[in-house]
Design a protein around this ligand. Structure first.
Ligand SMILES: [Zn+2]
Length: 255
């Protein structure tokens, strides 16, 4: 190939490349022109769907008011009327600056179907939650509960059991488990033994054991000297609750 032929080919190739680039540029400009219209439509829809009533509560809450807030929140959850919660950076910064003031300590099962914030329709800074499989008490769980009540000033402690608890079922059925899971089962087994001894012909041993396991955790919380002092001073109360899996309702009748 001589020099002239090479120059001609190079010129044709570069013209072709410029034309191709122009076409590509036009094409992407066309796409980007369409995008703002799509985004506008999306944000309009999102704004409409997030317009819900916001939840507010007083910073200072009594024992009775704390229970009432949980009862009302659970009713909203059951009725599919959950309120909007302030999870904006303004609320996050306010909690970071001013500190937390949760109104209830909740000991609940880790079961993914029983998340306390959703079940009680509460938001950031409302609940101090201790969770483990079977809502059992060990030193770490008890220390966390003491911290929530004594240092954060939460006036209500709730032990929340639930229907169809796998940890309770495992304790009833026995089997081979790791040492760590066995540690959980060992906490629940005495409740099952007690129910068996007192209700020989009971049809619903499972639910009775779930309730007894809640009672057992309440009793162990009661034995803490920190909790005893707060109870004597009438600064706190401990109540037992049970989450009903199908209805979403929490009943507070475990004494
Ligand atoms: Zn459970």
């Amino acid at each position: 190939m001589n020099k002239r032929n090479f120059r001609n080919i190079a010129m044709i190739t570069s013209k072709f490349l410029i034309a191709a680039l122009l076409l590509t540029g036009c094409s992407s400009a066309g796409t980007s022109n369409n995008q703002p219209a799509d985004n506008t439509n999306k944000s309009t829809t999102e704004t409409k769907t997030t317009q819900t009533q916001m939840y507010t509560r007083s910073e200072t809450v009594t024992i009775d008011q704390a229970k009432q807030l949980l009862v009302e929140g659970n009713k909203r959850y059951v009725d599919n009327k959950i309120l909007g919660h302030d999870i904006t950076n303004t609320r996050r910064k306010a909690l970071s600056t001013n500190g937390q003031k949760p109104f209830a300590v909740i000991l609940s099962c880790s079961d993914s179907r029983v998340p306390p914030e959703l079940v009680f329709d509460q938001g950031l800074g409302d609940l101090f939650i201790v969770r483990n499989a079977g809502n059992v008490i060990d030193p770490i769980a008890l220390g966390s509960i003491e911290y929530g009540a004594e240092h954060l000033g939460a006036p209500l402690i709730v032990v929340l059991g639930h229907e169809k608890c796998g940890a309770v079922k495992a304790a009833m059925e026995g089997g081979t488990y790791s040492d760590n899971i066995t540690a959980i089962i060992n906490q629940i087994k005495p409740s099952y033994d007690k129910v068996k001894a007192n209700n020989k012909n009971a049809d619903d041993m499972y639910n009775l054991t779930i309730d007894e396991n809640v009672r057992n955790s309440m009793s162990l919380i009661n034995k803490s000297t920190v909790i005893q002092k707060l109870l004597t001073e009438k600064k706190i109360n401990i109540i037992g609750g049970k989450y009903h899996m199908d209805t979403g309702e929490v009943t507070f009748d475990i004494q």
